[in-house]
Design a protein around this ligand. Structure first.
Ligand SMILES: [Fe+2]
Length: 394
Protein backbone atom coordinates (compact mmCIF):
# COMPACT_ATOMS: atom_id res chain seq x y z
CA UNK A 1 0.00 0.00 0.00
CA UNK A 2 1.41 3.41 -0.95
CA UNK A 3 1.59 6.25 1.50
CA UNK A 4 -1.08 8.01 -0.56
CA UNK A 5 -3.47 5.12 0.09
CA UNK A 6 -2.56 5.10 3.78
CA UNK A 7 -3.33 8.79 3.99
CA UNK A 8 -6.59 8.12 2.22
CA UNK A 9 -7.46 5.45 4.74
CA UNK A 10 -6.75 7.93 7.49
CA UNK A 11 -9.04 10.69 6.38
CA UNK A 12 -10.28 13.02 9.13
CA UNK A 13 -12.36 11.45 11.91
CA UNK A 14 -15.83 10.64 10.67
CA UNK A 15 -17.80 11.87 13.67
CA UNK A 16 -20.43 12.97 11.19
CA UNK A 17 -21.31 9.34 10.41
CA UNK A 18 -24.67 7.84 11.15
CA UNK A 19 -25.62 8.02 14.80
CA UNK A 20 -26.99 4.51 14.62
CA UNK A 21 -23.45 3.22 14.33
CA UNK A 22 -21.82 2.38 17.64
CA UNK A 23 -20.03 5.52 18.82
CA UNK A 24 -17.09 3.31 19.61
CA UNK A 25 -16.46 3.06 15.87
CA UNK A 26 -17.23 6.54 14.67
CA UNK A 27 -13.83 8.04 15.41
CA UNK A 28 -12.05 5.33 13.45
CA UNK A 29 -14.51 4.70 10.69
CA UNK A 30 -11.85 5.35 8.06
CA UNK A 31 -9.53 2.94 9.80
CA UNK A 32 -12.33 0.44 10.10
CA UNK A 33 -12.88 0.57 6.37
CA UNK A 34 -9.21 -0.08 5.85
CA UNK A 35 -9.41 -3.02 8.19
CA UNK A 36 -12.24 -4.51 6.16
CA UNK A 37 -9.89 -4.72 3.23
CA UNK A 38 -7.57 -7.03 5.04
CA UNK A 39 -7.83 -10.26 6.91
CA UNK A 40 -8.90 -9.58 10.48
CA UNK A 41 -6.04 -9.74 12.95
CA UNK A 42 -6.23 -12.36 15.67
CA UNK A 43 -7.02 -11.12 19.17
CA UNK A 44 -4.29 -10.62 21.71
CA UNK A 45 -4.37 -13.87 23.72
CA UNK A 46 -3.66 -12.26 27.09
CA UNK A 47 -6.99 -10.47 26.96
CA UNK A 48 -9.01 -13.58 26.27
CA UNK A 49 -7.48 -16.19 28.50
CA UNK A 50 -4.58 -17.10 30.71
CA UNK A 51 -5.48 -14.53 33.37
CA UNK A 52 -4.98 -16.25 36.69
CA UNK A 53 -8.07 -16.43 38.85
CA UNK A 54 -6.44 -14.32 41.55
CA UNK A 55 -6.00 -11.40 39.18
CA UNK A 56 -9.56 -11.71 37.99
CA UNK A 57 -10.77 -11.79 41.58
CA UNK A 58 -9.10 -8.45 42.17
CA UNK A 59 -11.22 -6.59 39.61
CA UNK A 60 -14.12 -5.98 42.04
CA UNK A 61 -11.83 -3.76 44.10
CA UNK A 62 -10.41 -2.05 41.03
CA UNK A 63 -12.26 -0.32 38.23
CA UNK A 64 -12.25 -3.35 35.94
CA UNK A 65 -10.33 -1.37 33.34
CA UNK A 66 -8.17 -3.18 30.81
CA UNK A 67 -5.10 -1.83 29.05
CA UNK A 68 -3.75 -2.61 25.60
CA UNK A 69 -0.19 -1.73 24.61
CA UNK A 70 0.99 -1.87 20.97
CA UNK A 71 4.46 -0.82 19.84
CA UNK A 72 5.62 -0.36 16.25
CA UNK A 73 9.05 0.50 14.91
CA UNK A 74 9.56 2.55 11.74
CA UNK A 75 10.74 0.60 8.72
CA UNK A 76 14.13 1.57 7.30
CA UNK A 77 13.90 4.80 5.37
CA UNK A 78 10.25 5.31 6.35
CA UNK A 79 10.75 7.41 9.45
CA UNK A 80 8.96 10.51 8.23
CA UNK A 81 6.01 8.60 6.78
CA UNK A 82 5.81 6.48 9.93
CA UNK A 83 5.72 9.58 12.10
CA UNK A 84 2.89 11.11 10.08
CA UNK A 85 0.77 7.95 10.21
CA UNK A 86 1.33 7.66 13.94
CA UNK A 87 0.35 11.30 14.38
CA UNK A 88 -2.86 10.78 12.45
CA UNK A 89 -3.66 7.59 14.38
CA UNK A 90 -3.10 9.46 17.62
CA UNK A 91 -5.60 12.08 16.54
CA UNK A 92 -8.19 9.53 15.53
CA UNK A 93 -7.78 7.35 18.60
CA UNK A 94 -8.22 10.41 20.75
CA UNK A 95 -11.61 11.01 19.16
CA UNK A 96 -12.90 7.58 20.17
CA UNK A 97 -15.18 8.08 23.16
CA UNK A 98 -17.27 5.00 23.83
CA UNK A 99 -15.60 2.15 25.68
CA UNK A 100 -12.31 4.00 26.07
CA UNK A 101 -11.16 5.78 29.22
CA UNK A 102 -7.70 6.91 28.12
CA UNK A 103 -5.44 6.99 25.05
CA UNK A 104 -1.72 7.79 25.09
CA UNK A 105 0.74 7.57 22.23
CA UNK A 106 4.40 7.57 23.08
CA UNK A 107 7.24 8.31 20.65
CA UNK A 108 10.32 6.38 21.67
CA UNK A 109 13.93 6.28 20.60
CA UNK A 110 14.84 4.58 17.34
CA UNK A 111 11.62 5.49 15.56
CA UNK A 112 9.38 3.51 17.87
CA UNK A 113 5.78 4.44 18.64
CA UNK A 114 3.74 2.90 21.44
CA UNK A 115 -0.04 3.08 21.71
CA UNK A 116 -1.40 2.71 25.24
CA UNK A 117 -5.17 2.43 25.28
CA UNK A 118 -7.19 1.96 28.46
CA UNK A 119 -10.62 0.43 28.01
CA UNK A 120 -13.51 0.23 30.42
CA UNK A 121 -13.74 -3.55 30.64
CA UNK A 122 -12.53 -6.81 29.20
CA UNK A 123 -15.48 -6.79 26.80
CA UNK A 124 -14.42 -3.40 25.46
CA UNK A 125 -10.86 -4.67 25.12
CA UNK A 126 -12.05 -7.62 23.09
CA UNK A 127 -14.05 -5.24 20.90
CA UNK A 128 -10.90 -3.17 20.45
CA UNK A 129 -9.07 -6.30 19.29
CA UNK A 130 -11.73 -7.05 16.70
CA UNK A 131 -12.12 -3.55 15.31
CA UNK A 132 -9.56 -0.88 16.10
CA UNK A 133 -6.40 -2.93 16.40
CA UNK A 134 -6.69 -4.33 12.84
CA UNK A 135 -7.17 -0.76 11.62
CA UNK A 136 -4.04 0.44 13.35
CA UNK A 137 -2.04 -2.45 11.96
CA UNK A 138 -3.34 -1.83 8.47
CA UNK A 139 -2.47 1.85 8.61
CA UNK A 140 1.08 1.09 9.74
CA UNK A 141 1.63 -2.04 7.67
CA UNK A 142 3.88 -0.51 5.02
CA UNK A 143 5.75 2.00 7.14
CA UNK A 144 6.64 -0.18 10.12
CA UNK A 145 9.30 -2.79 10.57
CA UNK A 146 7.88 -6.19 9.65
CA UNK A 147 4.47 -4.63 9.12
CA UNK A 148 3.28 -5.61 12.57
CA UNK A 149 3.78 -4.63 16.22
CA UNK A 150 7.23 -5.23 17.64
CA UNK A 151 5.58 -5.49 21.08
CA UNK A 152 2.03 -6.27 22.05
CA UNK A 153 0.50 -6.83 25.46
CA UNK A 154 -2.68 -6.31 27.39
CA UNK A 155 -4.33 -7.08 30.68
CA UNK A 156 -6.38 -5.81 33.58
CA UNK A 157 -5.18 -2.77 35.47
CA UNK A 158 -3.94 -3.69 38.91
CA UNK A 159 -6.04 -1.87 41.52
CA UNK A 160 -4.39 0.04 44.34
CA UNK A 161 -5.05 -2.79 46.75
CA UNK A 162 -3.54 -3.28 50.18
CA UNK A 163 -1.31 -6.14 51.13
CA UNK A 164 -1.73 -7.24 54.73
CA UNK A 165 1.33 -5.23 55.71
CA UNK A 166 0.23 -2.01 54.03
CA UNK A 167 -3.28 -2.44 55.42
CA UNK A 168 -1.94 -2.65 58.97
CA UNK A 169 0.25 0.40 58.42
CA UNK A 170 -2.71 2.32 57.09
CA UNK A 171 -4.96 1.24 59.97
CA UNK A 172 -2.26 2.24 62.42
CA UNK A 173 -2.24 5.76 60.99
CA UNK A 174 -6.03 6.01 61.25
CA UNK A 175 -6.28 4.49 64.70
CA UNK A 176 -3.43 6.00 66.67
CA UNK A 177 -3.85 6.92 70.30
CA UNK A 178 -6.49 5.36 72.48
CA UNK A 179 -9.47 7.34 71.28
CA UNK A 180 -12.92 6.21 72.14
CA UNK A 181 -15.45 4.97 69.66
CA UNK A 182 -16.98 8.36 68.89
CA UNK A 183 -13.68 9.82 67.71
CA UNK A 184 -12.98 7.25 65.01
CA UNK A 185 -13.34 7.99 61.32
CA UNK A 186 -15.40 4.88 60.75
CA UNK A 187 -15.82 5.40 57.00
CA UNK A 188 -12.12 5.99 56.39
CA UNK A 189 -11.19 2.78 58.17
CA UNK A 190 -13.89 0.89 56.29
CA UNK A 191 -12.52 2.25 53.01
CA UNK A 192 -9.03 0.99 53.84
CA UNK A 193 -10.42 -2.44 54.68
CA UNK A 194 -12.27 -2.57 51.36
CA UNK A 195 -8.97 -1.93 49.60
CA UNK A 196 -7.40 -5.03 51.14
CA UNK A 197 -6.96 -7.95 48.76
CA UNK A 198 -6.59 -10.98 51.07
CA UNK A 199 -3.74 -13.25 50.10
CA UNK A 200 -3.76 -16.61 51.83
CA UNK A 201 0.04 -16.74 51.92
CA UNK A 202 -0.06 -13.58 54.07
CA UNK A 203 -2.87 -14.33 56.51
CA UNK A 204 -2.82 -18.15 56.43
CA UNK A 205 -0.25 -18.27 59.23
CA UNK A 206 -2.71 -16.58 61.55
CA UNK A 207 -5.43 -19.19 61.21
CA UNK A 208 -5.83 -21.96 63.74
CA UNK A 209 -8.10 -24.76 64.88
CA UNK A 210 -9.10 -25.39 68.49
CA UNK A 211 -7.65 -28.87 68.93
CA UNK A 212 -9.70 -29.50 72.08
CA UNK A 213 -12.93 -28.74 70.28
CA UNK A 214 -12.57 -28.27 66.48
CA UNK A 215 -16.16 -27.04 66.32
CA UNK A 216 -15.39 -23.84 68.22
CA UNK A 217 -14.31 -20.63 66.61
CA UNK A 218 -10.82 -19.29 67.31
CA UNK A 219 -9.43 -15.78 67.75
CA UNK A 220 -5.90 -15.25 66.45
CA UNK A 221 -3.89 -12.11 67.03
CA UNK A 222 -2.29 -10.51 63.97
CA UNK A 223 -1.42 -7.14 65.44
CA UNK A 224 -1.85 -5.74 68.91
CA UNK A 225 -1.10 -2.38 70.47
CA UNK A 226 -3.12 -0.43 73.06
CA UNK A 227 -4.55 1.67 70.20
CA UNK A 228 -5.60 -1.15 67.93
CA UNK A 229 -5.88 -4.89 67.72
CA UNK A 230 -6.37 -6.97 64.60
CA UNK A 231 -7.54 -10.57 64.86
CA UNK A 232 -8.21 -13.30 62.34
CA UNK A 233 -11.13 -15.48 63.41
CA UNK A 234 -11.79 -18.97 62.10
CA UNK A 235 -15.40 -20.13 62.02
CA UNK A 236 -16.00 -23.86 61.56
CA UNK A 237 -19.38 -24.78 60.05
CA UNK A 238 -22.13 -24.22 62.61
CA UNK A 239 -19.95 -22.29 65.05
CA UNK A 240 -20.99 -19.02 66.62
CA UNK A 241 -19.81 -16.50 69.16
CA UNK A 242 -21.69 -15.58 72.26
CA UNK A 243 -23.66 -12.36 72.25
CA UNK A 244 -21.18 -9.71 73.34
CA UNK A 245 -20.56 -5.99 73.56
CA UNK A 246 -17.36 -4.13 72.62
CA UNK A 247 -16.88 -2.02 75.74
CA UNK A 248 -15.43 1.33 74.55
CA UNK A 249 -14.01 -0.03 71.31
CA UNK A 250 -15.01 0.26 67.69
CA UNK A 251 -15.19 -3.07 65.90
CA UNK A 252 -14.91 -3.55 62.13
CA UNK A 253 -15.62 -7.06 60.86
CA UNK A 254 -14.42 -8.06 57.40
CA UNK A 255 -15.37 -11.27 55.61
CA UNK A 256 -12.24 -12.93 54.25
CA UNK A 257 -13.42 -16.45 53.36
CA UNK A 258 -16.88 -17.95 53.27
CA UNK A 259 -19.99 -16.39 54.73
CA UNK A 260 -21.00 -15.45 58.27
CA UNK A 261 -24.06 -13.74 59.66
CA UNK A 262 -23.99 -10.88 62.12
CA UNK A 263 -26.99 -10.79 64.46
CA UNK A 264 -27.35 -7.45 66.24
CA UNK A 265 -29.25 -6.83 69.48
CA UNK A 266 -30.09 -3.75 71.50
CA UNK A 267 -27.82 -3.27 74.51
CA UNK A 268 -30.07 -4.58 77.33
CA UNK A 269 -30.43 -3.14 80.81
CA UNK A 270 -28.22 -4.64 83.51
CA UNK A 271 -29.36 -5.44 87.04
CA UNK A 272 -28.17 -3.45 90.02
CA UNK A 273 -26.10 -6.34 91.34
CA UNK A 274 -23.99 -6.26 88.18
CA UNK A 275 -23.66 -2.48 88.21
CA UNK A 276 -22.61 -2.43 91.89
CA UNK A 277 -20.00 -5.12 91.28
CA UNK A 278 -18.60 -3.18 88.36
CA UNK A 279 -18.48 0.04 90.40
CA UNK A 280 -16.51 -1.71 93.12
CA UNK A 281 -13.94 -2.90 90.58
CA UNK A 282 -13.60 0.42 88.81
CA UNK A 283 -9.86 1.11 88.60
CA UNK A 284 -8.94 -2.25 90.05
CA UNK A 285 -6.61 -4.58 88.14
CA UNK A 286 -8.26 -6.53 85.36
CA UNK A 287 -9.41 -9.96 86.37
CA UNK A 288 -9.21 -12.54 83.59
CA UNK A 289 -11.53 -14.84 85.51
CA UNK A 290 -14.41 -12.60 84.54
CA UNK A 291 -16.16 -12.96 87.85
CA UNK A 292 -18.50 -10.00 87.45
CA UNK A 293 -21.82 -11.67 86.95
CA UNK A 294 -25.39 -10.52 86.97
CA UNK A 295 -28.58 -10.51 84.99
CA UNK A 296 -29.82 -8.48 82.06
CA UNK A 297 -33.13 -7.55 80.54
CA UNK A 298 -34.58 -9.27 77.46
CA UNK A 299 -32.35 -9.40 74.40
CA UNK A 300 -34.10 -7.69 71.50
CA UNK A 301 -32.86 -8.68 68.05
CA UNK A 302 -32.72 -5.69 65.70
CA UNK A 303 -30.89 -6.88 62.60
CA UNK A 304 -29.44 -9.91 60.83
CA UNK A 305 -26.82 -9.20 58.16
CA UNK A 306 -25.09 -11.73 55.93
CA UNK A 307 -21.43 -10.95 55.49
CA UNK A 308 -19.38 -12.32 52.62
CA UNK A 309 -22.14 -14.24 50.86
CA UNK A 310 -22.69 -14.17 47.10
CA UNK A 311 -25.29 -11.39 47.29
CA UNK A 312 -23.15 -9.15 49.45
CA UNK A 313 -22.34 -6.26 47.14
CA UNK A 314 -20.12 -7.34 44.23
CA UNK A 315 -18.99 -3.75 43.82
CA UNK A 316 -17.04 -3.92 47.04
CA UNK A 317 -13.77 -5.60 47.85
CA UNK A 318 -13.77 -7.19 51.27
CA UNK A 319 -17.27 -7.30 52.77
CA UNK A 320 -17.55 -5.76 56.19
CA UNK A 321 -19.67 -4.41 58.99
CA UNK A 322 -19.14 -2.11 61.96
CA UNK A 323 -20.32 -2.21 65.55
CA UNK A 324 -19.94 -0.35 68.81
CA UNK A 325 -22.03 -0.28 71.96
CA UNK A 326 -24.10 2.67 70.76
CA UNK A 327 -25.18 0.66 67.72
CA UNK A 328 -25.77 -2.52 69.70
CA UNK A 329 -24.27 -5.81 70.70
CA UNK A 330 -23.90 -8.75 68.39
CA UNK A 331 -23.24 -12.38 67.71
CA UNK A 332 -21.34 -13.77 64.71
CA UNK A 333 -22.62 -17.07 63.30
CA UNK A 334 -21.42 -19.40 60.60
CA UNK A 335 -24.70 -20.83 59.36
CA UNK A 336 -23.11 -22.47 56.34
CA UNK A 337 -21.59 -25.89 55.80
CA UNK A 338 -18.22 -24.39 54.90
CA UNK A 339 -15.55 -22.86 57.14
CA UNK A 340 -15.37 -19.07 57.21
CA UNK A 341 -12.64 -16.59 58.10
CA UNK A 342 -13.12 -13.00 59.25
CA UNK A 343 -10.80 -10.16 60.19
CA UNK A 344 -11.73 -8.06 63.22
CA UNK A 345 -10.25 -4.65 63.95
CA UNK A 346 -10.74 -3.28 67.47
CA UNK A 347 -9.79 0.25 68.42
CA UNK A 348 -8.72 0.78 71.07
CA UNK A 349 -7.69 -2.76 71.91
CA UNK A 350 -10.52 -4.64 73.53
CA UNK A 351 -9.69 -5.00 77.22
CA UNK A 352 -12.95 -6.41 78.46
CA UNK A 353 -16.40 -7.18 77.22
CA UNK A 354 -19.73 -8.38 78.50
CA UNK A 355 -21.17 -11.66 77.41
CA UNK A 356 -24.93 -12.06 77.34
CA UNK A 357 -26.90 -15.29 77.43
CA UNK A 358 -30.41 -15.86 76.17
CA UNK A 359 -31.18 -17.07 79.71
CA UNK A 360 -30.64 -13.50 80.99
CA UNK A 361 -27.21 -14.06 82.51
CA UNK A 362 -24.50 -11.52 81.87
CA UNK A 363 -20.83 -11.65 82.75
CA UNK A 364 -17.84 -9.46 82.08
CA UNK A 365 -14.63 -11.06 80.89
CA UNK A 366 -11.21 -9.51 80.56
CA UNK A 367 -9.07 -9.95 77.48
CA UNK A 368 -5.31 -9.99 77.65
CA UNK A 369 -2.86 -9.71 74.80
CA UNK A 370 0.83 -9.24 74.11
CA UNK A 371 1.87 -5.58 73.87
CA UNK A 372 4.91 -6.40 71.76
CA UNK A 373 3.05 -7.49 68.67
CA UNK A 374 3.48 -4.68 66.17
CA UNK A 375 3.00 -4.16 62.49
CA UNK A 376 6.69 -4.77 61.80
CA UNK A 377 6.30 -8.32 63.04
CA UNK A 378 3.84 -9.32 60.35
CA UNK A 379 5.05 -12.29 58.42
CA UNK A 380 7.49 -13.54 61.03
CA UNK A 381 5.49 -13.49 64.21
CA UNK A 382 3.97 -16.73 65.43
CA UNK A 383 0.20 -16.55 65.60
CA UNK A 384 -1.05 -16.33 69.15
CA UNK A 385 -4.20 -18.21 69.88
CA UNK A 386 -6.58 -16.28 72.08
CA UNK A 387 -9.48 -18.60 72.54
CA UNK A 388 -11.76 -18.06 75.47
CA UNK A 389 -14.31 -20.77 76.00
CA UNK A 390 -16.87 -18.23 77.12
CA UNK A 391 -16.73 -16.41 73.79
CA UNK A 392 -18.02 -19.43 71.95
CA UNK A 393 -21.76 -19.78 71.74
CA UNK A 394 -23.73 -22.94 72.23
FE1 LIG B 1 -17.72 -8.62 68.16
Amino acid sequence: MSYHRIASALRPPALRLAVSQPRYMTGLSALARAACRQKQAPPVPVLDSDCSSSWQDMTPIGTGETMVVLSFRAAAGMGAAFERVVQQLSLELDSVEAGVSDVRVMAGAGGEATFVVTLLSRAEAQRFERTIRPSIQTALAEVSEGGEPCFSSGGMLVPHAHTLGSLLQSLTRHLSGTSRTAEHDVRAVAAELRRWYPRKEEYGGFLSVDEDDPGRYTRNVVHSTPAMEVLMMCWPPGSQSTIHCHDESSCWVTAVEGEVHEVQFDLPLLDRKFERARARLEGAPADPAGHIRGRCGPLRRIRVSPLGGPGDGPELGCKQTYANNEIGIHRIENRSLEPAVTMHVYAPRLRKMKIFRDSGEVSEVTVTSDDSTTVEDVGSWQAELLDVAGWNGA
